[in-house]
Design a protein. Structure first.
Length: 131
């Protein structure tokens, strides 16, 4: 059960322009230097609305995760999706699918990397992968 298709809007257009280039973009306040999530509209530190888009380093640390089981198919097997909350190296927390992972091997604090997965006919989306 991989993440579904997403649609851009005026607030997410620059973010998805970045994912199309293979970049995961964060918001950064030029005044105080604080990083914020891509959907932030103001700085979490100084509350300035003048935020820039900057590429993230691409690393993260696993905070927590959950395993989502799909409805079993005719053969009785069910696909799983691992969704997680990770702390990005820049500080903000981000939630996404951990792609290609075995939940039994995950542990809090584990290093992850942000990857951009193309979705045919839709926006490219960020996923996490174990390092």
């Amino acid at each position: 059960m991989p993440a579904g298709a997403v649609r851009r809007d005026p607030y997410s257009a620059e973010f998805f322009d970045g994912t199309a280039r293979g970049q995961f973009l964060l918001r950064r306040c030029p005044g105080c230097g604080e990083f914020a999530e891509p959907y932030a509209r103001q700085c979490p530190q100084c509350e300035s609305a003048a935020l820039d888009w900057v590429p993230a380093a691409g690393g993260a640390r696993l905070i927590t995760w959950s395993v989502v089981h799909a409805r079993p198919g005719p053969d009785g097997s069910a696909a799983i999706t691992v969704v997680a909350i990770a702390e990005l190296d820049e500080g903000p927390w981000w939630w996404a699918e951990i792609a290609d992972s075995d939940p039994a091997t995950l542990h809090a604090g584990q290093r992850l990397r942000i990857c951009i997965d193309p979705v045919d006919g839709h926006e490219a989306i960020p996923v996490l992968r174990a390092e």
